[in-house]
Design a protein around this ligand. Structure first.
Ligand code: PLP
Length: 223
């Protein structure tokens, strides 16, 4: 029980901090959507946050999400589930079937398989391209200098509607320049949704134009 109370309070605190950051940045109230990142958390830990009114959630593993979300979705109206972790090709069909948004379109092979599954299932999740703004070798995402061509390929060759960009800045760097770079790539490509900012830096991201922040530990506690 105690955990539930905390998650609710944490959610309220995060919402207030988002509102304050919007105001400080001179942005419209409600301009930023909160994606509550529930990875590693059980259905029992997630439920109080749904009951507190949160509807948009992020998970980073297809299999884990499959084990929790069909049940939770059946309990509440209007749940919107985002995949924020790398997608393996053997999980593409499951991801297209379960998720409402796939934020981690990060290579041609996956883009092709998503396109095939969208046709096959006639399901149309929102699609964001993940950009590896720090060009970190171990991190998923398209290199920044390849992003324009990749987005064009997705749109023109595969008929995918790319509506957002996502990035995860290097942990040991000032995230500001990474958020600014993502915004610049979005502007060039007519993309409106910017998914950037996590528990430690969502206020910075809001100052640089984030339209979605992905917040886990500040809501659910440490993992
Ligand atoms: C885990 C995760 C988050 C949330 O991180 P916190 O620091 O717990 O807020 C956001 N985005 C992605 C892609 C993640 O994997």
């Amino acid at each position: 029980m105690e955990h539930s109370v905390n998650a609710r309070e944490n959610l309220e605190r995060v919402r207030a901090a988002i509102a304050a950051a919007e105001a400080e940045a001179g942005r419209e109230s409600g301009a930023v959507r909160l994606v509550a990142v529930s990875k590693t958390k059980s259905a029992d830990e997630i439920r109080p946050v749904i009951e507190a009114g949160q509807r948009v959630f992020g998970e980073n593993r297809v299999q884990e999400a499959q084990s929790k979300w069909p049940g939770l979705k059946a309990e509440a109206q209007g749940i919107e589930l985002h995949l924020i972790g790398p997608l393996q090709s053997n999980k593409t069909a499951d991801a297209v079937a379960l998720f409402d948004v796939i934020q981690s379109v990060d290579r041609e092979k996956i883009a092709r398989e998503i396109a095939r599954e969208i046709k096959k299932q006639d399901r149309h999740p929102g699609l964001y391209v993940q950009v590896n703004t720090g060009s970190e070798p171990q991190k998923a995402g398209i290199e920044p200098e390849e992003a324009d061509a990749f987005i064009a390929m997705c749109r023109d060759d595969l008929d995918l509607k790319i509506t957002g960009l996502m990035c995860i800045p290097p942990v040991d760097e000032n995230p500001g320049p990474h958020f600014a770079l993502l915004g610049k790539i979005a502007g060039k490509n007519g993309i409106k949704t910017l998914s950037m900012g996590m528990s430690d830096d969502f206020e910075t991201a809001i100052g640089l134009g984030a339209t979605e922040v992905r917040v886990g530990s500040a809501i659910f506690g440490a993992r």
